[in-house]
Design a protein around this ligand. Structure first.
Ligand code: GDP
Ligand code: MG
Length: 163
């Protein structure tokens, strides 16, 4: 089977944007506001001759706080059940939020590699702001920007190295 790379994170950090950007095609729907019901999206992706299935778990029926917690549990369960590599997306513009820490806690005992992706790091000057995310205990943080196309190849290399 093709290994799965599953994207997780709280709403609005840019999971669907990361999915589309890495896939090189717009399949996942990018939403300006969280809370819209969308299906999960999978896409077969290739980098340096390595194939993987990119999975966007985000945006599934979040209506209220209870649903949000349940949604994140489901996301992480999907990741734990199927992922070869997990992409844990956070938002540099927003900084570290309690929900990021919650996701981090739930991922703590996961056996597969977890890459912490600091999206919305739109320019070099913002790189320093990503140091907040070391508290999530995931080691190296990868600063990226889907908007500015920062570090796409760096991230793809890191993913395929871990497959
Ligand atoms: P999701 O809920 O985690 O799937 O997030 P989306 O992919 O739907 O994106 C949420 C919002 O963040 C949208 O308004 C995007 O346009 C915005 N966004 C995504 N990536 C970037 C980025 O690299 N920089 C900036 N400034 N905004 C971004
Ligand atoms: Mg989404």
């Amino acid at each position: 089977a093709v290994p799965k790379v599953v994207i997780v994170g709280r709403p609005n950090v840019g999971k669907s944007s990361v999915f589309n950007w890495l896939a090189g095609i717009r399949l996942a729907i990018v939403e300006d506001r969280p809370g819209v019901t969308r299906d999960r999206v999978d896409y077969l992706t290739e980098h340096e001759g390595r194939y993987f299935e990119l999975v966007d778990t985000g945006g599934i029926g979040i209506q209220d706080e209870d649903n949000l917690t349940k949604h994140i549990e489901e996301q992480i369960q999907t990741a734990i059940d199927s992922a070869a590599v997990i992409l844990f997306v956070v938002d540099t513009r927003a900084g570290l939020m309690p929900l990021d820490e919650e996701v981090g806690r739930r991922l703590r005992d996961v056996e597969v590699p977890v890459l912490c992706i600091a999206n919305k790091t739109d320019d070099e000057k913002m790189d320093v702001q990503t140091s907040d995310f070391y508290r999530l205990g995931r080691g190296k943080i990868v600063p990226v920007s889907t908007k500015q196309n920062r570090n796409r190849t760096v991230l793809l290399n890191m993913i395929v190295e871990r497959l």
